[in-house]
Design a binder for this molecule. Structure first.
Ligand code: AHG
Ligand code: MN
Ligand code: MN
Length: 341
């Protein structure tokens, strides 16, 4: 008898369908949203892969709502996601880091019970030097009564997310997501164009090896942040020094720390009192993933997931990663400064 040596592969579609069966009253909408995001991710990955070839590098002359120069791939990624999601009848509105206002569902399409918020291309300043970039997304349930999504549907604390994830366009393309039942990672097999389950049930080590922070802002940090970073670096003699790794794409820094354990920090500083990163498009989705993997995310005062947003594009300081390391941040940032050498 010829032995069948083929290994059983689990595509993202099969995985999502099987996960859905675990939720008794699931309607299928959320599964469809995740699958459509995976499709958009494949299209963006394809473009990112050929970015160096297709004369697509360089900035357009437009600035996004954050006042930063948009790269062409940001625009492509933004439009690709909107077009992949607007006609499906699953969403009632979207919001993107690259758009000033809520993105409505066009009149000709049906509205659904969820909202999608996303950073179409994170780390876009890294594109022209071939460093990993990513897409980050967050899904929440509509809470207003009308047909269309409203600002109130967007401005919900991160704890109300029903799913969140990211796609990292690195040496391979990976999609990592949670729908509240663990964190699962899929690697794109370019030969068949499918995301295959490669990292089931990711758990973040309780203590981390890596510290990811841009310490060129050190001069602008307050004393408690400086004390925390000294602790992480082992300079106060109270813990082993962590290894510093900073890509400058939050997705890539977070992904490494999710797998290897560590902390990503973007503290407030006197030049940017709210830090840089956006609560709705970057901090909340990664905080949900981190929590589901056993880690924590903190804004210097409270859990990121408990922050009540007041505007779509608000920024937040963030300390995110391995549970015990974030507990250290919680403790040191709360300490009175007297005696913190
Ligand atoms: P984006 O490309 O979506 O604007 O995000 C860039 C962000 C984030 O990915 C990264 O961690 C951070 O900016 C880096 O900022 P600094 O250069 O100030 O360290
Ligand atoms: Mn970003
Ligand atoms: Mn971006």
């Amino acid at each position: 008898m010829v032995k069948n040596t083929a290994t059983s592969v689990v595509t993202i579609e099969r995985f999502i369908i099987e996960q859905e069966k675990l939720v008794p009253d699931a309607t299928g909408h959320l599964s469809a949203i995740l699958y459509d995001i995976a499709l958009a991710g494949k299209m963006i990955a394809n473009k990112v892969r050929s970015a160096g070839l297709a004369d697509i590098l360089g900035a357009l002359n437009s600035e996004n709502v954050q006042g930063e120069i948009q790269q062409k791939l940001d625009v492509f990624a933004n439009e690709t996601i909107i077009k992949a999601m607007d006609h499906t009848g699953r969403l009632c509105a979207m919001a993107s880091e690259e758009e000033p206002d809520i993105i409505p569902i066009p009149d000709q399409f049906k509205c659904g019970p969820y909202v999608l918020l996303f950073d179409p291309l994170d780390g876009s300043s890294n594109i022209d030097v071939n460093v990993p970039v990513g897409t980050i997304f967050s899904v929440m349930r509509k809470i207003t009564r009308g047909h269309r999504g409203e600002m109130e549907d967007m401005l919900q604390p991160g704890r109300r997310q029903v799913a969140a994830g990211y796609i990292i366009y690195g040496s391979s393309t990976m999609l990592v997501y949670t729908a509240g039942q663990g964190v699962h990672g899929f690697t794109l097999d370019p030969s068949i164009g499918e995301f295959l389950l490669s990292h089931p049930d990711i758990r973040m080590p309780a203590r981390g090896r890596y510290l990811s922070v841009n310490d060129s802002y050190e001069q602008f940090w307050d004393e408690s942040v400086k004390a925390l970073m000294r602790r992480y670096r082992g300079l106060d003699g109270k813990q082993k020094a962590m290894n510093v790794r900073y890509v400058g794409s939050m997705v890539a820094d977070f992904h490494r720390n999710l797998l290897g354990g560590g902390v990503f920090a973007y503290p407030a500083n006197s030049q940017s009192p709210r830090g840089k990163l956006r609560l709705m498009y970057e901090c909340n989705p990664l905080a949900f993933i981190c929590q589901e993997a056993g880690g924590l995310a903190f804004d210097g005062t409270q859990d990121i997931l408990d922050v009540q947003p007041t505007e779509l594009h608000q920024r937040s300081p963030i300390y995110i990663g391995s549970r015990e390391d974030i507990e250290t941040a919680r403790q040191i940032l709360a300490e009175p400064l007297v005696g913190v050498a």
